[in-house]
Design a protein around this ligand. Structure first.
Ligand SMILES: NC(=O)c1ccc[n+]([C@@H]2O[C@H](COP(=O)([O-])OP(=O)(O)OC[C@H]3O[C@@H](n4cnc5c(N)ncnc54)[C@H](OP(=O)(O)O)[C@@H]3O)[C@@H](O)[C@H]2O)c1
Length: 328
């Protein structure tokens, strides 16, 4: 099969189309004929040599795919209601940039009705991550407020829409006025251009001094100290990436006095059982919203798999709003 390989760690040019054997599915798995592969920032980190795949996982990049079920573990498929020929999308721990991909049955979801393969491939990584971090770890409730750092990212556009759909007030931050406008169009109630506005002051102003209930943070570094200052009592800061650095110095006195929770997680190394539980929650609570058009995929651009290097260069330029997807 054709697959996009990381030929050595480095810039986008190290991504090359190569030939690999078609993987074989095992117990509890399906083999998918991949028609589209979503791109996520962690793929860039893997290409740079900063994010190794978990032990036993393909060295090929790619955390999400959409396509057609070719074969698999009949018993597991029957239990999950998956049949050969079904159009599905799946979360995988690696190996998604390839014409064929193996996925645990538990991490497969039907392609939502009316969705193209490209749209379906754009869903798993950000929807699993946002559900797990904003709703499970962050315990966001209807009537509360969520601040989404990086609102125009693939993660951000998902977080904005889901939080809005579940009744939260959404404050997004982004690095340009164009990105802020896109966040508002997607349902954010407020958007802050962090390059021209102070998000701490803005968050306090918007919430009448109370502060935001939950922050989804993909920056960390010096953002944590500022977030501690603008969360409400009993507020939760959920860190999912450290683009601004791993070290943070913050006022721990505020954490005690305001009873704050600072938490975080990374999805990729978690167990199939853990990811399967998220898949079930998404199927029940979120897939109906996608099929009703209340929450929608945001595709910035698509590239042929042979142009994966161009797709990564675009992601690193930070010009995109939403998702970038490869097609086969
Ligand atoms: N923990 C997990 O399980 C998990 C899972 C998936 C993804 N992630 C992480 O989540 C983040 C988003 O992923 P993605 O695939 O959605 O990536 P993406 O679309 O490439 O988005 C990255 C965003 O980060 C913003 N950004 C970059 N540097 C920044 C800085 N110093 N300050 C503020 N904003 C900054 C950029 O927005 P501006 O142009 O507005 O600055 C950009 O929109 C990545 O860091 C990724 O590693 C974590």
């Amino acid at each position: 099969m054709r697959a996009v390989e990381i030929t050595s760690f480095g810039g986008p040019e190290v991504l090359r189309l190569g030939e690999r054997p078609v993987p074989q599915s095992g117990v509890g798995e399906v083999l998918i004929r991949v028609l589209a592969s979503g791109i996520n920032r962690p793929d860039v980190l893997q290409r740079l040599g900063h994010y190794a795949p978990p032990a036993g996982t393909s060295d090929l990049p790619g955390l999400e795919v959409a396509g057609v079920v070719e074969s698999g573990d009949a018993a597991a498929m029957a239990k999950a209601g998956i049949r050969v020929g079904d159009r599905i999308c799946a979360l995988v721990a690696g190996g998604g940039y390839a014409e064929w991909c193996v996925a645990p049955v538990a991490q497969c979801l039907p392609a939502p009705a009316g969705f193209s393969d490209i749209e379906a491939a754009s869903l798993p990584e950000t929807f699993f991550t946002v559900w797990s971090n904003v709703f499970d770890r962050g315990h966001l409730q209807a009537g509360e407020s969520l601040m989404v750092q990086g609102g125009a990212s693939g993660i951000g556009v998902t977080a904005i829409q889901l939080a809005r759909a579940f009744g939260a007030t959404v404050i997004a931050t982004a690095g340009s006025d164009e990105k802020c406008a896109a966040c508002l169009t997607l349902g954010a109630h407020h958007a802050i251009n962090y390059k021209s506005q102070d998000f701490v002051a803005e968050a306090k102003r918007i919430t009448d001094g109370k502060g935001v209930d939950v922050v989804l943070d993909m920056v960390a570094g010096d953002y944590v100290a500022r977030e501690v200052e603008c969360v409400a009592e009993d507020g939760r800061i959920v860190i999912i990436a450290v683009q601004g650095g791993v070290k943070s110095e913050f006022n721990a006195g505020l954490v005690l006095r305001r009873r704050l929770t600072i938490t975080g997680s990374t999805l990729r190394p978690r167990s199939i059982a853990f990811k399967g539980a998220i898949a079930r929650a998404l199927r029940e609570r979120v897939w109906p919203l996608l099929e009703a058009g209340q929450v929608r995929p945001v595709i910035h651009s698509t590239f042929a798999a042979s142009d994966a290097a161009k797709a990564h260069a675009l992601m690193e330029s930070n010009q995109h709003i939403g998702k970038i997807v490869l097609t086969w």
